[in-house]
Design a binder for this molecule. Sequence first.
Ligand code: SAM
Length: 255
Amino acid sequence: MQRYFLPPEQFQQATQTVTIEGDDGHHLQRVMRAQIGDEVICSNGVNREVRVRITELDKGRVIAEVVEELPMHAEAAVQVWVAQSLPKGDKMETVIQKGTEIGAARFLPFLSERTVVQYDAKKEAKRTERWQKIAKEAAEQAHRNRVPEVEGLHTWKQLLQRAKEADVAWICYEKEDGQQLKPAIRDAVAAGKLGSGKKVLLVVGPEGGFSEQEIQQAEEVGFRSVSLGARILRTETAAMVGLTCLFYETGEMGG
Ligand code: SAM
């Protein structure tokens, strides 16, 4: 069943109806060719998900009545924030799409020493808007209850500041002396840092990796460097591996 994330103000409490308009209304009417009586799922992306039945179709604006309140159990208990050093080409779109499917809660793009992408302030707003749209579409496809937030571009210093918001801050580092991920997860579980509502900040470097100095700066503000195994992963693969291992170990992958 088609699903849409709608702003909370499009849920009318008094009449127990929702309004689907804009791109979603257009998609539902023009692409899905919806008819009166058809049903879709709408979520406010925070704490409410409902099955609704269409009662009115009016040039891209759809009104539907709430038929059923749905349980919300598609979100991981632990929030994983993926911080990705801006990769070349459209790899960031892959990171956002796949990371959303797996269950990431937030994306923090950042610039580091070896980021090769040129920062262009003019493109920045448009690019973030496009990435947020990718996150929304991936969350709808994945039947998630929430759309991950895609934040604006961080400098390296701004990213380091974010460690203090996390219960666990890991920087993925492929040098063999990094702590292995499995014991790092186990230690965090034992310390009660991966329970419900806890936040993990997982940082991945660009195609050229992190400098030793960056790793040192990160460790000085509380990051722990973790290895994702003996093989060198592409920058767009690393966060997917980290997310999946974390969710597997915390029972979010069935079990
Ligand atoms: N030094 C790498 C090389 O020799 O090609 C370049 C960096 S790698 C392509 C991109 C990023 O993915 C790294 O900065 C790191 O964050 C992450 N990464 C890749 N493989 C990893 C591994 N085995 N363990 C931990 N992190 C890894």
